[in-house]
Design a binder for this molecule. Structure first.
Ligand code: SF4
Ligand code: SF4
Length: 184
């Protein structure tokens, strides 16, 4: 989920973008991983490597279980909860639904720098590309407007940067930002 703040008629509104996931429709084709990593390659579409994708499909083909998970907010601490879920007779593994870039999960780490990856809803595109490329409609894009909290976006940004600085050190963070700005 991603929030974009807009001002309409004096009220601050936040456009909330979400992708709904229907795990029963997902067939584990991994097209979403391919297009996401290609879109985020530098330069764009110069290659594809699912290890750089902001969506990963947790798979157990023998049990016919496929769970697409988006990279969410970075989490400093590993969560203590370990659950199993049964939905429509299918059992889903522990952590399958966690969207956080969890320190215990390698799926959402940038392979070169180790920095957490986060879904940006394909910034600049009308519709998220993983949704467009999912041929079986397991992913559905939705937008809605909500009242925005004062300074919410700025606070989110600062919390995110502080967490990254805590984990990786300020110099590593500055180097990563400098590298990213050269790619734009
Ligand atoms: S593209 Fe759709 S069906 Fe294929 S793995 Fe991704 S979510 Fe599942
Ligand atoms: S919305 Fe875009 S950035 Fe997010 S997982 Fe899908 S393809 Fe990747």
């Amino acid at each position: 989920m991603k929030g974009v703040v807009t001002v309409t008629g004096g009220n601050k509104k936040k456009k909330v973008k979400t992708i709904k996931i229907d795990t029963d429709k997902c067939n584990g084709c991994r097209a979403c991983e391919v297009i996401c990593s290609a879109f985020h390659a530098a330069p764009k579409y110069s290659g594809n490597n699912p290890a750089r994708s902001r969506i990963r499909v947790i798979r157990d083909p023998l049990a016919d279980i496929y769970v697409p998970v988006h990279a969410g907010e970075y989490a400093v601490a590993e969560c203590a909860g370990r659950e199993k879920y049964t939905i429509d007779g299918k059992e889903y593994d522990e952590c399958s639904f966690c969207r956080a870039s969890c320190p215990s999960r390698p799926e959402f780490k940038e392979p070169d720098s180790g920095l957490p990856l986060k879904c940006d809803m394909c910034e600049g595109e009308e519709e998220p590309l993983c949704v467009k490329w999912c041929m079986v409609d397991a992913l559905t894009y939705e937008e809605r407007e909500e009242e925005a909290e004062e300074q919410e976006e700025q606070e989110e940004l600062e919390i995110g940067l502080e967490s990254l600085a805590d984990k990786y050190g300020m110099q590593k963070l500055k180097d990563a930002i400098a590298r990213m700005s050269k790619k734009d």
